[in-house]
Design a protein around this ligand. Structure first.
Ligand SMILES: *Cc1c(COP(=O)(O)O)cnc(C)c1O
Length: 461
């Protein structure tokens, strides 16, 4: 049988019609989308994607923050093809393993912080964080402290979309759909200085936001608290870069109360901050670390949880059977592609080169928008940036209701063949790490045009 990939046989209107009839999209108002029709993306190369009308679009978001090595790396396609011929599937339950999973596990222990030398494989970031909940509670159970069940997270955090992932996350609209959070998940304030830090310097506010953790632990009773989880930099919440004082204080509090520090590196991992991990950027030594996205640069779905030596020792030496796993944990093709991706990042020194050359360039260029009348704050680290739009930049007055102006600006970007994301009224960029200086120039020019058109629509100049 001669099978081929779909895509070349129908035109845009035909794909849109099938999509409308049969496809329910994630995080989408389907009725609104069906009215205008979805944009059909058919191929990609480097930092660009092409739609079914042949338009070339600069992907300022690296897909969903994940295509770190850029599109079109044929090595990854070849590895997937060869692995699927050799061993398309076998599981790693029940006393078996296979070379791709074992190879990737060993490779991850090399590239992640030194004390993280074990991995549990999942298929996504959400499943990684579900695994975190089970691992954390199992850990304290084995240690003879089963009352330690509460995991403390932050408002406006994003940790995925499964029941546990969405519960750990602090997105209220997600909680409202489906009776979340699940029990024993608590949320404290986020370190979002621009929105919440009125009257305080960023340094003062960073300490204040971190001390909300200590207050909550004292309120709940330290004997009930199992772990704290946080993204080094909140991604989907709007690229919220915490003040310098925040993480050291969080670490101090976790150590003081002997609670586990879980770092969700699903976005920050694999080079997004200009270091290999957000933990390297902030000097953190997490007990558990969630990974996904950049692990495979999105070429195939895979995630995992890295365990510190201390946690692995408890779980492995004293825990007996861990009753948890997924049919596709450590899928051979996904592991082989992820390992090839990590080796390309390492051997081509993609992260180090970005840190030295293009990261400083992107960060300085986005800061040119600080003088734009619509922009209240520019934030960013590594290949992450946010332009916080504000109604009055001098008084830090935000738009009300939030989100409409961001959406308007996003639509101007889209019309101009640039993908930027609007989170409320923050305009986000998170391009592939391989973006060049001239491609950054193109991104900045297009973003500037979108901002100007948005200002014009609002009658601001
Ligand atoms: C995307 C994301 C997740 C969820 O990952 P999925 O692969 O979409 O399940 C979890 N945590 C963070 C920080 C993320 O950005």
């Amino acid at each position: 049988m001669n099978m081929t990939i779909p895509g070349r046989n129908l035109d845009t209107a035909q794909w849109q019609e099938l999509d409308r009839l049969h496809h329910v999209h994630p995080f989408t108002d389907s009725k609104a989308l069906n009215r205008k029709g979805s944009r059909i993306i058919t191929r990609a190369d480097g930092v660009y994607v092409w739609d079914s009308d042949g338009r070339r679009i600069l992907d300022g978001m690296a897909g969903l923050w994940c295509v770190n090595i850029g599109y079109g790396r044929k090595e990854l396609a070849r590895v997937a093809y060869e692995q699927m011929q050799e061993l398309p599937y076998y599981n790693i339950f029940f006393q078996t393993s296979h070379p791709p999973a074992t190879d990737l596990a060993a490779l991850l222990s090399e590239v992640t912080p030194a004390h993280l030398n074990h991995v549990f494989f999942t298929n996504s970031g959400s499943e990684a964080n579900d695994t975190v909940v089970r691992l954390v509670r199992r850990y304290w159970d084995i240690k003879g402290k089963p009352a330690r069940t509460v995991i403390i997270s932050r408002e406006n955090a994003y940790h995925g979309s499964t029941m546990a992932g969405a519960s750990l996350g602090g997105m209220k609209p997600m909680h409202r759909q489906g009776g979340l959070p699940i029990p024993d998940i608590e949320h404290i304030m986020q370190p979002y200085w621009y929105a919440l830090g009125e009257g305080l310097t960023p340094e003062e506010f960073g300490l204040r936001a971190a001390r909300a953790l200590e207050e909550r632990i004292e309120h709940l009773g330290p004997e009930r608290v199992a772990a704290f989880i946080g993204e080094p930099i909140q991604g989907a919440g709007g690229v919220i870069v915490p003040p310098e004082t925040y993480w050291p204080e969080i670490v101090r509090i976790c150590r003081k109360y002997d609670i586990l520090l879980v770092v969700d590196e699903v976005i920050c991992g694999f080079g997004r901050t200009g270091k290999w991990f957000g933990s390297d950027y902030y000097g953190l030594e997490p007990d558990l670390m969630s990974i996904a996205k950049g692990l495979s640069s999105g070429y195939l779905p895979i995630g995992g949880v890295m365990l510190s030596d201390a946690v692995a020792d408890v779980l492995i030496e004293k825990g007996g059977e861990f009753q948890h796993g997924f049919t596709y944990s450590g899928h051979p093709a996904c592991c082989a592609v992820a390992a090839a991706n990590v080796r390309i990042l390492r051997d081509e020194r993609i992260i180090e080169r970005a840190e030295q050359e293009t990261v400083p360039y992107l960060q300085s260029r986005i800061r040119e928008f600080e003088t734009h009348p619509l922009v209240g704050e520019v934030r960013g680290v590594g290949m992450l940036g946010a332009l916080q739009l504000a109604k009055n930049k001098d008084t830090r007055l935000m738009f009300d209701p939030p989100g409409d102006v961001g959406s308007l600006c996003r639509d101007h970007c889209t019309a101009n063949d640039l993908i930027m994301r609007a989170v409320g009224d923050s305009m986000i960029v998170s391009p592939p790490l391989v973006i060049s200086r001239s491609e950054i120039d193109e991104l900045i020019d297009k973003a500037a045009r979108a901002l100007d058109l948005t200002a014009r629509d609002l009658g601001i100049s």
